[in-house]
Design a binder for this molecule. Structure first.
Ligand code: NAD
Length: 426
């Protein structure tokens, strides 16, 4: 495949997750021997939108929040990606997450490009009614660029199926008819898919068990630590425990808990339901949240935020296998250290792709107005996840590159092929 579009990518000044995403793309471009023009095409977001979100607080005050939607690529289909509510959201973070969505969708061969959205807000400080107003105003601001054939948001950090119901309703009211396909991760009562809430965690655990087996480790003789106890982490911990893995430590943003014999995950979930945090759970001891990442366990699942494994702690990681439930939990420097120490890292774009796979199933079911059973969804999810795992493993062996490099190369090649097959207009 040759194309030289004469442009040279300018040196990037990005830091954090965007620098990591750009470096991963640059490495894949080098492996694939693409020219600078194609590199620039693959690196550049197709469309970015920044919006002001004026909010009437419940106390009468007016506040103005900022929201983003970045559509990184459409070559293989409409853009797809989550919506994040977090105080850490900024445009560069959304750009990185959008690029990773492009690669994830291509790697799993779902017919989407990549996008991501975010609002800089700490949802814990707002009432449900305030969050509804924020969501509806944001949706109406980005309305011209979303839709079932344009860009399809889904839940991410700080958002959930209720947020998706508000988005779907706002979009539908504005266009004048009900459009279930504008978002995924909706409640089943308004066209959501059975199996979507658990899909990311199920996929993480399917891959984790495959990676443990690859390292000669049986679930019933393995131990794990899980960082994050939200939509991804809580499900991952539960499915690992169900598979017989001893989940010894679990954290959230408030702290961590440890039990040498394994945490009773359903009991912890009840405690979190009541108190809002893992802290204070009677069935385990408190532990330092940073130390969780350095425990002597077989499996570490970071399932919270970006950049938690970095140059400062990667050398102390003792897990044999790291399966990235979160997007971008390992910085580029940490990745190199883990590799040098012989730790198998299963990258985010493979490990946590279960969510986008079942989002795709939800969109397909909605478009056809024909619903699948939970068993059908779970079966198809498992087949796609394990096929992608085998494929990435084979590419990694054939090219003698890491699983992350293999996953990125495979995905970038598919997106580039779509770009080049379609050609440049005009
Ligand atoms: P969530 O908001 O449901 O949960 C996030 C969890 O992480 C919470 O338990 C929070 O307390 C915890 N947390 C935040 N900062 C932390 C820190 N510094 N240390 C320890 N815990 C911390 O979010 P989620 O949907 O579970 O998403 C988690 C990660 O998984 C994100 O990187 C997201 O992009 C990724 N992801 C989510 C999905 C999905 O379907 N929800 C799919 C693919 C990837």
């Amino acid at each position: 495949m040759t194309t030289e579009l004469l442009a040279t990518p300018s040196p990037s000044t990005a830091t954090g997750p965007l620098a990591d995403a750009q470096a991963q793309l640059a490495a894949a471009v080098e492996t694939l021997d693409y020219g600078a023009g194609l590199h620039r095409l693959l690196a550049s977001p197709r469309r970015e939108m920044t919006v002001s979100i004026p909010l009437h607080r419940d106390n009468g005050a007016v506040e103005v929040l900022t929201g983003y939607r970045v559509q990184h690529n459409f070559s293989r289909g409409p853009a797809k990606g989550g919506l994040r509510f977090s105080p850490a959201v900024d445009l560069d973070e959304v750009r990185a997450l959008a690029m990773w969505m492009t690669w994830k969708c291509a790697l799993l061969d779902v017919p989407y490009g990549g996008a991501k959205g975010g609002i800089t807000i700490d949802p814990r400080n707002y009432s449900v009614r305030e969050l509804e107003r924020v969501t509806r105003r944001y949706t109406s601001e980005i309305l011209p660029i979303i839709g079932p054939e344009k860009d399809i948001p889904a839940p991410d950090i700080g958002t959930d199926e209720r947020t998706m119901a508000w988005m779907m309703d706002t979009y539908s009211v504005n266009v004048g008819y009900t459009v279930p396909g504008v978002v995924t991760g909706k409640p089943v009562s308004v066209g959501g898919s059975l199996g979507r809430p658990s899909a990311t965690s199920r996929g993480v655990v399917q891959i984790a068990l495959a990676a443990l087996a690859h390292n000669g480790l049986e679930p019933r003789r393995s131990s794990a630590a899980v960082q994050g106890f939200g939509k991804v982490g809580a499900g991952a911990a539960a499915f690992l425990a169900e598979a017989g893995v001893k989940v010894q430590a679990i954290s959230d943003q408030y702290g961590a808990v440890y039990a040498a014999g394994g945490i009773d995950v359903p009991a912890l979930a009840e405690h979190v339901e009541l108190t809002g945090s893992v802290v204070g759970f009677a069935g385990a001891e408190p532990m330092d949240a940073a130390a969780l990442l350095e425990l002597d366990v077989d499996l570490l699942v970071p399932a919270a935020v970006e950049g938690v494994l970095h140059a400062g702690n990667a050398g102390r990681v003792r897990a044999k296998v790291v399966v990235e439930g979160a997007n971008g939990p390992t910085t580029g420097e940490a990745d190199a250290i883990l590799q040098a120490n012989g730790i198998l890292v299963v990258p985010d774009i493979l490990a946590n792709a279960g969510g986008v796979i079942v989002s795709y199933f939800e969109w397909v079911q909605g478009n056809q107005a024909y619903w699948w059973t939970a068993d059908e969804v779970e079966d198809r999810l498992a087949r796609r996840m394990l096929a992608a795992w085998e494929n990435v493993l084979a590419v990694s062996k054939a090219r003698r590159i890491t699983l992350r490099e293999a996953a990125t190369v495979t995905a970038v090649e598919r997106v580039a092929e779509a770009h080049l097959t379609r050609g440049l207009y005009p």
